[in-house]
Design a protein around this ligand. Structure first.
Ligand code: ARG
Length: 258
């Protein structure tokens, strides 16, 4: 009899535990398993010159990543705070514990994995080549010996330096600066992710994107290596947002043809 009461009590405790866990993940880090840099806040590091993933509308950062981060923060009971910085500062901010999550159309790479954890991927990116109309550059191979503009520390920068030599690669702080240099004839081509490329070409007549794709990659959120609890929470939120169609709806809103 005593034994039975004990096991009943155990079951009751277990059930309480389950309930507590369930509400914990939905009500912020006051009682949840994960912690954030600032209590109750999800601090996102990004570089907001990368339409349609992140860009300014007035003084507000909007775009696919901004909306995904807001949806994740809502799921976790956190308030989203977006910090705009140079692209090459994002990983440092996350690994130094200054930001919770880098979300910046950031490609998962083995090298970056040395410094941060990546969430499950939420989008695919393709490195493409922008050239002036009528350029003699028709394929990626034609970039050999040409002056190529890239955004500093992006995968486009890394691939181009490897494939065509650092002496042929001009690094700019923003993708748009590279596009401006292309328009003024300072460089021959720009290598950048396909969706930003489409946005730049749409507003700058005289530029085209080559049909041939350079590299296909996966985008994910970068998180601090120590904070595996937050990584799991973010992955859980992403899975729910995938399952209920929110993720698709956000992407469709900014990339209608998708
Ligand atoms: N996908 C590329 C990379 O990870 C470029 C990302 C640039 N993102 C940005 N927000 N500026 O290197």
């Amino acid at each position: 009899m005593k034994k039975k009461i004990l096991s009943l009590a155990l079951i009751a405790v277990c059930m309480l535990g389950l309930v507590a866990c369930g509400s914990g993940s939905a009500s912020g880090d006051s009682d949840a398993a994960f912690t954030t840099v600032n209590k109750g806040v999800l601090t996102m590091a990004t570089n907001a010159y990368f339409p349609p993933y992140e860009y300014y509308e007035g003084s507000e950062v909007v775009g696919i990543d901004a909306e995904i981060a807001k949806a994740v923060a809502d799921k976790l009971g956190l308030t989203l705070k977006i910090e705009d910085m140079e692209f090459d500062s994002i990983i440092t901010a996350v690994s130094a514990g200054k930001a919770d999550m880098g979300l910046a159309g950031m490609t998962v790479t083995e090298e970056r994995k040395q410094n941060v954890n990546f969430s499950d991927t939420y989008a695919t990116g393709v490195q493409v080549v922008i050239v002036p109309e009528g350029s003699d550059i028709k394929t990626v191979d034609d970039l050999q010996g040409k002056k190529i503009g890239v955004q500093l520390a992006t995968t486009g920068d890394i691939y181009c330096c490897d494939d065509f030599g650092t002496e042929n690669v001009e690094e700019y702080n923003k993708g748009n600066d590279a596009v401006m240099a292309l328009l003024s004839g300072k460089i021959d081509a720009v290598v950048i992710d396909n969706e930003p490329a489409k946005s730049y070409v749409a507003v700058n007549p005289g530029l085209v994107i080559l049909d041939t794709e350079y590299v296909t990659e996966e985008y994910a959120a970068a998180l601090n290596k120590e904070n595996t609890a937050l990584l799991e929470a973010v992955n859980g939120a992403l899975a729910e947002l995938k399952a209920d169609g929110t993720l698709d709806a956000i992407i469709q809103k900014y990339i209608p043809a998708n």
